[in-house]
Design a protein around this ligand. Structure first.
Ligand code: PMP
Length: 381
């Protein structure tokens, strides 16, 4: 049987990972500044995380949500502590799209409204409503097309106010990434996030903070929306939450009342995924990874800003993007093929850095050194 061919592949076969490095089948080592698409938070195959999963696997891998599973409560408590959202409620699922799908659906249940505000260049996932709220028509199938989603320009306060003035009473939710990832590392401004919170309160809509990529400590705060000191009604999470073990979740503000049957899932909150997520939080705490992301991220940004040919260096913590000028168009591929460094990209010409939150300053220097050499030796066309 063939694999359904939906991904353009890099010419590399990865067989092993440890910390911020991965190895291919012939034993060549690569520095991972991409984190398997922002998924690797505490580093590849962290020994504590491996042990946590192994121990749980020997105990109980799965039972359904029809019984008490105490490890879910343990995870909720630890997550409340580390995120600072102790009074929120936790709904567990398996992916980022699922987290957003459930959050949007819950907002509609609670408000009994059917319009959503999302932003230009957003990415929220590939399930029906999450993809409809994603600003990329090429991945929206005809069956997912809906007039329920209104797209506004990011950071345009006037457009937001005008929209609420016109149709505010129909808006169930505003969904926004604190830092757009797929859209090319575009940071939502503090004043914009505060205005969204204020308008949502005024018109009875809910604020959904999509933290699937920008969350879980990557920005140097637990949620990147925390920089604006807003309290979202829901935070959606996935990627770094399991460090590669599939798990997603929604943090739900205390004023939102649950009802039996409102949301549900077979695999969400399974003990194995909870053990992986607990392993992640324990390592994040023990190794102070959120402050490491802040410090190493700041260092990387400062150094990147000194490289004249890179434009618009931006981001927060270890979520960094910069524009690559046309004459360096092959830079990303050269970093991989000639310097054994994985980076991410965003169309058309952005390099995205999404390394593990445990990236050291020495590893940052290793990347910067290679980047500078690659630029200095770039073939002229
Ligand atoms: N939201 C954001 C901000 C994302 O970056 C992504 C994945 N790129 C998703 C949602 C969807 O997550 P998943 O692929 O786990 O469904």
């Amino acid at each position: 049987m063939k694999l359904f061919d939906v991904y353009p592949l890099q010419p590399v076969t990865i067989t092993k990972g440890l910390g911020s490095y991965v190895w291919d089948e012939s034993g060549t080592r690569y520095l991972d500044m991409y984190g398997g698409h922002a998924v690797i938070s505490i580093g590849h195959t962290h020994p504590h995380w491996v042990k946590r999963i192994e121990q749980q696997l020997e105990q109980l891998a799965f039972y359904s949500n029809s019984v008490h599973l105490p490890i879910q409560q343990t995870l909720a408590e630890k997550l409340g502590e580390i995120s600072g959202k102790k009074n929120y409620q936790l709904f567990l699922c398996n992916s980022g799209a699922e987290a957003n799908e459930n959050a949007l659906k819950l907002a509609s249940f609670v408000t009994q409204r059917r319009k959503i505000i999302a932003f230009r260049q957003s990415f929220h996932g590939r399930t029906s409503l999450a993809v409809a709220a994603t600003d990329n028509p090429s991945i929206v199938a005809p069956v997912n097309e809906t007039d329920a989603v209104i797209f506004l320009p990011l950071n345009d306060e006037q457009a937001l106010e005008d929209c609420f003035k016109k149709v505010g009473s129909t808006i169930a939710a505003v969904i926004i990434e604190g830092i757009q990832g797929v859209g090319g590392i575009r940071v939502a401004s503090t004043s914009f996030l505060r205005l969204i919170q204020q308008q949502c309160k005024q018109y009875g809509a809910l604020l959904i903070a999509d933290s699937v990529q920008c969350g879980y400590g990557r920005s140097g705060e637990f949620f990147s929306h925390d920089f604006a000191q807003v309290d979202a009604d829901m935070y959606t999470m996935a990627k770094g939450m399991g460090n590669g073990f599939p798990i997603g979740g929604v943090l739900i503000a205390p004023h939102i009342q649950p009802k039996h049957g409102m949301l549900g899932t077979t695999f969400g909150g399974n003990p194995l995924a909870c053990a992986a997520a607990l392993g992640v939080l324990e390592v994040m705490e023990n190794e102070s990874l959120i402050s490491n992301a802040k410090v190493v991220g700041q260092y990387l940004m400062e150094q990147l800003n000194k490289i004249p040919s890179l434009q618009n260096v931006r981001g927060r913590g270890l979520m960094i993007g910069f524009d690559v000028p046309p004459e360096l168009a092959t830079l990303k591929n050269r970093l991989l093929n000639e310097y054994q460094i994985f980076t991410g990209e965003a169309k058309p010409s952005v390099i995205r850095l999404l390394p593990a939150l445990s990236l050291t300053r020495e590893q940052a220097d290793e990347f910067l050194q290679a980047l500078q050499t690659a630029i200095a030796t770039h073939p002229t066309t």
